[in-house]
Design a protein around this ligand. Structure first.
Ligand code: PTT
Ligand code: SF4
Length: 610
């Protein structure tokens, strides 16, 4: 089998057993890599009802057949597990040398199971794999821990690690790499922490065998050149994802004051233009020609990275007005390994609850010093409020009661990323049906909504969501490449089947990738349904009440809110087009068509299938 290594590495931390497994060809053909591999393994190996923070959960790092090869933007790795934040399927896709080194060591997937007795890290050097003690790393932030590992093992290693947030089982702790990359929003870092696993280190010495190495080399060179020559390339390099900040303000989707509003009165101070003036350097993932991590000196004089999501959630969403202070909050989140999106949401939620007198603690909008302290308290679960926020908004709202659920801005337990949807019903649905909870990674349809009408409940919005899910949530998550070359500078999707053919020898078309993608969507959806024990219904795909009940009160779209009837219509179309029933559960017919017949008996144990 060319392209893939054909091997899975399994490390059991409880007894330090290490096994190498040759996986069947069908596994590669049916699931390809990344999210596909992870979803299949989690379905098979993590029984329904497993506590996500128990030794029974499995931490998976998976790459695809293009990972680490000489082509643009494939220096990423998917990290996945049952999520402690949502109780459902969780994953993230982060830049790291770990993926390419894992492949060079001879594996496409790593499965970590059990729990180490004491703080540990795993060192993978080709077939030599050891569980080592990590007392000297435990308690350290992600930056320092990574530095120490490089001092011990050299700079050419690939690492995945956690900060103190993961150690203290903060439910939205992420996995960190390369000082700046962060992934696995739904608590993949907490899963590592629950296993006493501080870090994973890989270093390999072989290269995967390709079907047409010379053709691949040429395609790789051509791809890099094509990206650099794209008309949008120079503009992208100025601000990266921060380019969208001003646009979001203009179109009233910039989350402000815990998603009460879509515009912020101090937006300019936090904009991409402001960042550009302060920019000191750029950083990013391996094999990237268009690095998007822009760094400025923060309010404490240290270098900190800013991305749009971070600035939206740790900026306007909590009333901050100074970009350098936002950068400091962002740097702390990076050091502790906390997801900035969930962090900004939980803090915004707490600020609103404090304002309404529901929380005893006083926490004002835009109070930098209190927020700075609170982030440390969350990472260490240091006091009552920090401990409460460390569990995320859904649990916190359940504890506080008093209708706080209405302004707990989450779906399926995952906090909403940086786009307010009072006036974007299609985007609200995109959040509602995302595979991991409310994340924008799979479909982002606001520009389409601007074209066809912001407040309409138009069938084309559903078609757009599925089209984008197939590309963003499918192609890029299975091949494990960055989607930005395609989205941001227009790198043609047709490059990917060519790379795939040169690596594997398989002549797949993009349509073949859509079939694959739809299969993984049904599998992931089935995973959720199985976990929620037959209680699953369409309310799981619903955005928070705030967007339906409290209209925007500032900006040109003032007075706008979502309509329940319209949302219901969009949801029904979505289910029909996916071949799922009115509860959002795949039908037997659909599962059979998608070669997922084998999951039917298990699914039927929890619910009656249509
Ligand atoms: C992603 C999520 C995002 S999405 C952002 S900013 W974005 C936040 N970044 C964080 C951060 O930084 N520090 C931190 N402590 N927490 C953070 N949480 C948030 O995490 C990221 C880029 C970005 S930047 C995006 S959109 C794209 N996402 C991709 C994706 O999901 N799939 C894919 N195939 N390609 C993608 N390319 C882009 O990658 P999660 P990264 Mg990320 C400082 O992982 O779990 O999806 O969370 O991994 O290497 O940092 O790249 O405006
Ligand atoms: Fe990483 Fe950004 Fe480059 Fe994508 S564009 S590979 S996220 S640095």
């Amino acid at each position: 089998m060319k392209g893939w290594t054909g091997q899975l590495l399994r490390v059991n931390l409880s007894n330090k057993d290490v096994t190498t497994e040759k996986y069947p060809k069908e596994f590669a053909l049916q699931f390809v890599g990344g999210r596909g591999f992870a979803a299949k393994i989690l379905w098979d190996e993590v029984p329904k009802g497993t506590n996500p923070l128990s030794p029974g959960n499995k931490f998976i790092a998976a790459v695809g057949p293009l990972s680490g090869l000489a082509m643009p933007n494939v220096g990423k790795v998917v990290v996945a597990a049952k999520s402690p934040l949502t109780g459902g399927y969780g994953d993230g896709n982060l830049g790291s040398h770990f993926g390419s080194q894992l492949r060079r060591a001879g594996y496409d997937v790593l499965v970590v199971e059990g729990k180490a007795e004491t703080p540990s890290y795993v060192l993978i050097q080709d077939s030599e794999v050891n569980v080592l003690e990590a007392d000297h790393l435990w308690g350290k932030g992600a930056f320092e821990a990574e530095q120490k590992l490089e001092e011990t093992h050299g700079k050419s290693i690939g690492t995945l690690m956690i900060g103190q947030g993961g150690e203290h089982l903060v439910k939205y702790a992420t996995v960190r790499s390369m000082m700046g990359r962060s992934g696995g929003r739904p608590g993949m870092g907490a899963v590592m922490g629950s296993k006493n696993l501080k870090a994973l280190v890989a270093k390999g010495s072989s290269t995967p065998e390709l079907a047409s190495p010379e053709a691949f080399r040429q395609l790789g060179r051509d791809g890099f050149k094509d990206i650099r020559e794209k008309p949008g390339y120079d503009e992208w390099m100025t601000q990266g994802t921060m380019l969208i900040h001003a646009w979001c303000q203009e179109y009233s989707v910039l989350p402000s004051y815990n998603f009460r509003e879509g515009q912020f009165e101090h937006a300019e101070a936090l904009s991409g233009g402001t960042m550009e003036k302060l920019k000191e350097k750029t950083r990013g993932c391996p094999s990237c020609t268009m690095q998007c991590g822009h760094c400025i000196k923060d309010s404490e004089g240290l270098s900190a990275e800013l991305d749009y999501e971070n600035v939206a959630l740790l900026g306007s969403n909590i009333g901050m007005r100074d970009l350098r202070e936002v950068a400091t909050l962002n740097r702390l989140a990076d050091e502790y390994g906390l997801d900035t999106i969930s962090l900004g949401n939980t803090i915004g939620f707490a600020m609103e609850a404090s304002e309404k007198g529901i929380l005893d603690e006083k926490l004002d909008w835009g109070d930098f010093h209190a927020t700075r302290k609170l982030i440390t308290d969350i990472a260490f679960r240091a006091d009552n409020l920090g401990n409460m926020l460390a569990d995320g908004t859904q649990i916190m709202a359940k504890q506080l009661g008093k209708s706080t659920q209405n302004f707990a801005m989450q779906i399926k337990g995952l906090e909403i990323s940086g786009y307010d949807c009072h006036a974007a019903p299609g985007m609200a649905l995109a959040f509602g049906v995302c595979s991991i909870g409310a994340h924008h990674k799979e479909s982002w349809v606001i520009t389409h909504e601007v074209d066809v009408g912001r407040e309409t409940y138009d069938e084309s919005k559903v078609d757009k969501i599925i089209e984008l899910q197939r590309i963003r949530g499918g192609l890029f998550e299975q091949l494990v490449g960055c989607r930005f070359p395609w989205i941001e500078v227009g790198f043609d999707l047709e490059w990917y089947p060519k790379y795939f053919a040169a690596a594997t020898g398989l002549k797949w078309t993009l349509d073949d990738f859509w079939v694959l993608s739809d299969r993984i969507y049904s599998l992931v959806r089935s995973y959720w349904v199985r976990e929620f024990d037959g209680e699953w219904d369409r309310s799981m795909d619903y955005p928070p009440a705030r967007w339906f009940t409290e209209p925007l009160s500032v900006g040109p779209l003032s007075g706008t809110k979502l309509e329940k009837e319209g949302y219901e219509k969009l949801l029904s179309w979505y289910y029909q087009k996916r071949g799922w029933d009115e509860r959002g559960i795949p039908t037997k017919k659909r599962l059979k068509e998608q070669d997922l017949e084998w999951i039917i008996p298990e699914l039927e144990k929890v619910t009656k299938l249509s």
